[in-house]
Ligand binder design. Sequence first.
Ligand code: PLP
Length: 398
Amino acid sequence: MPDTLAPELKPPVRILMGPGPSDVHPRVLAALAASTVGHLDPYYLALMNDMQAMLRSLMRTTNRMTFAVSATGSAGMEATVVNLIEPGDAMVVCVNGVFGGRMVDVAQRAGARLTRVDRPWGAVFEPADLADALAKAKPKVVGIVMAETSTGAWQPIEEISRLVHDAGALLLVDAVTALGGIPVEVDRWQIDALYSGTQKCLSCPPGLAPISFSDRAMEVILARKTKVQSWYLDASMLAKYWGEERVYHHTAPINMTYALYEALRLIHEEGIEACHARHMRNHRALAAGLAALGISYAAAEGHRLPMLNAVWIPAGIDDAAVRGMLLSRFGIEIGGGLGDFKGRVWRIGLMGHSSRANNVFTFLGALEQLLAERGHRFEHGASLAAANEAYATAASAT
Ligand SMILES: *Cc1c(COP(=O)(O)O)cnc(C)c1O
């Protein structure tokens, strides 16, 4: 027993507008506090089924192996890679930001013979960028990030999927930030393995990684010559827990499953298209506001994610000071740059429950105050007017 009792738990209420975690919906917080049942309780087993059904519908898939890995998004990455790759298998990974780079590391640790294809940060991959690597490496798996949270770039998947399958490979997609914010079409785009995370556009705390394997991917996994290196993430064993048999594998994080269940109910209640449209509407308003302050985007025009706005920090403005004041004066968290973008970009998230007009206006108003204090020149109030204009245009279009 320490001499004095540690302080009472009293986390401040923040406005989470960074690259994740994002604001948790109050109904999701309430779900977390519901009473815990056993992980083989009939109530929980029924809840798992309903949660899986809602996940399949959000991912637009009929894949039976659609479930949630009991850990964060990176564990989803690890689960897809270590199940599909046996030591010595060829894999191509597309890298245009931090998370493609992380996938390279995970694949190398799994023993992949790795070919890395690079594009500049902020750019996306065209099918032609992959043609050479596919012809030379003849990969078993190609990995790509759909929503690169470090740069705000939106990677189209459909055409690349065609090329990958023509080359006889499986397609692995990182949809950690994508799912819930932009359309993800697992079956139509023939994605073989896809993973996400609860704390980006699903309005949950971090803790689960929704994941889906196509039947083709499961055949490959069940035909492995070697055991999956990770006992915890072995999909053949997880299939017995998440499938009909419900064989105990590990104690599922029951209350996090409640949270994801409620978060998925919220999205289905709103409507999947309406949810995507909300993300786009708030993004356009924020983008209009930032443009009025002379702030521009790091990602290529036409490939900007609505939920992650990576923007160049205005010249002469101190990155850390502004982010510090946003937090201390206004309770607003935004993200700084990672890797190549460190000190050069701000990452403003409008993900899940964070994607609200309240947040757009609060943030723009706060930013105007901090920029004005630092001598950045702009017409005061212009960002709020521009955001209002964008909302009015969106309203008259519907
Ligand atoms: C956040 C993120 C991850 C990692 O997820 P964690 O939940 O932090 O483990 C992976 N990929 C992308 C694109 C992400 O945005």
